[in-house]
Design a binder for this molecule. Structure first.
Ligand SMILES: NC(=O)CC[C@H](N)C(=O)O
Length: 228
């Protein structure tokens, strides 16, 4: 598997994502790809890390969404390649219309940085099949704009089609339905606010994020590698 970690000006979780992919999957190639690149076609999976792209000016993710690389990210997402956006990456996917809804400021208007309980609502995606449905994970959050908002019709559609992949076990930031992560209709684009790449080692608090990366890798292997 060739994986691309996109680096925007202001990304700050790019190296954590790189570490998660290089040290916990068997991906042959993991590249840090600058936002100025115009094609990511050569990659099998694309990762948008967290951070403060363009200083969160205007709105989180609103400027990064127009980075040169995003045209190709959108094309590859529409082809069905796995695209994961974590935190600011999720915000960029929302701004790029690859996922529905928007992020508002956290309900208490405070930046929050702590480890929270996250429920696995759908373990039937290429990102989550190494988990069990109903499992409760410990994963760090670190955001000021994590209050996910969508209209009622969108919420019903997300729910009816099992596109809510993660929820917070309690109301941490005001998100509609405690949503912590959703997919697009095809299931190959996942946006999530909690940081699985910061939950890779028990020494650092949790290793509950590992299986997200191993799921993506195994999904690629199962669909691309012929064994005799
Ligand atoms: N950790 C991050 O990706 C931060 C996300 C975003 N810039 C916010 O504060 O909401």
């Amino acid at each position: 598997m060739k994986a691309a970690v996109i680096v925007f000006p202001g990304s700050n979780c790019d190296m954590d994502m790189y570490h998660a992919l290089t040290d916990f999957t068997d991906a042959e190639i993991v590249d840090l790809v600058p936002h100025t690149t115009d094609s990511v076609e050569a990659y099998d999976a694309i990762f948008l890390p967290g951070g403060f792209s363009y200083g969160d000016y205007l709105r989180s993710g609103a400027i990064a969404r127009f980075s040169p690389v995003m045209k190709s990210v959108i094309t590859e997402a529409k082809k069905g390649k796995p695209v994961l956006g974590v935190c600011n990456g999720f915000q960029i996917l929302l701004e790029a219309d690859l996922l529905p809804g928007a992020m508002k400021r956290n309900k208490h208007l405070k930046y929050m940085c702590r480890t929270v309980d996250v429920n696995v609502e759908n373990a039937d995606t290429c990102f989550t099949f190494a988990y069990e449905r109903g499992e409760r994970l410990r994963i760090p959050i670190a955001h000021g704009d994590g209050n996910y908002e969508c209209d009622e019709r969108t919420y019903k559609t997300l729910k009816a089609n099992n596109r809510i992949v993660f929820t917070y076990a309690s109301d941490v930031n005001g998100s509609t339905g405690n949503i912590a992560g959703i997919t697009n209709e095809a299931g190959n684009v996942l946006g999530m606010m909690p940081h699985p790449e910061r939950a890779m080692e028990n020494l650092l608090g949790s290793e509950d994020g590992r299986r997200l990366f191993t799921s993506v890798y195994r999904h690629w292997r199962d669909t691309h590698v012929v064994t005799t």
